[in-house]
Design a protein. Structure first.
Length: 174
């Protein structure tokens, strides 16, 4: 059984033919939708927005600038972005700033104030509040945990690389 694409639509005043109606339903539910989802941003726009935020992470990023990239109004952009990504544009920007800040802190070459300035936070306190809110610990404790885990995984890797199956009583932190 082949399905023919429907080209002619019934006139509004005419009653649709049951055969035409069933063909229409069959085509609608079996064909893959190729257009953009209504009320969501497509992958290209999300990619451009992500690139913009990463490039301008140390600057003030306004919703209006992001809405311009998506070619829509700021209020509509906020709703559509939240539907597409699962968080508001502000949360998304803070999320990317935190990722960058944690990368800089793991390097260990910068103070918290320098990291905060380089990632667009107002000050060290603002950065610390967001780290506590998201990770549940202060930035220094987060870095200490990260260093312990990194040291532990290096020790385990050295033992396993030497051919020993025993962990030599290395305690992993969780």
């Amino acid at each position: 059984m082949s399905v023919e694409p429907l080209t002619a639509q019934p006139r509004p005043c005419e009653k649709p033919n049951p055969a035409t109606k069933s063909k229409c339903l069959l085509v609608r539910h079996t064909s893959k939708f190729k257009g953009p989802l209504r009320g969501r941003l497509d992958e290209q726009v999300l990619g451009r927005i992500g690139d913009y935020v990463i490039i301008h992470v140390d600057q003030c990023i306004e919703v209006g600038a992001l809405a311009k990239i998506a070619d829509c109004s700021p209020s509509y952009f906020t709703r559509v972005f939240a539907r597409s990504v699962g968080m508001t544009p502000y949360r998304y920007v803070v999320h990317l700033r935190l990722q960058r800040a944690l990368d800089l802190m793991r390097g260990g070459r910068h103070s918290l104030a320098e990291v905060a300035a380089a990632t667009g936070f107002a000050d060290q306190s603002h950065l610390s509040r967001w780290v506590r809110r998201v990770h549940g610990v202060s930035p220094t404790e987060l870095m200490a945990r990260s260093a312990r885990q990194q040291k532990s995984s290096q020790s385990v890797a050295l033992v396993s690389c030497s051919g020993h199956a025993v962990r030599n009583n290395i305690r992993e932190t969780r």
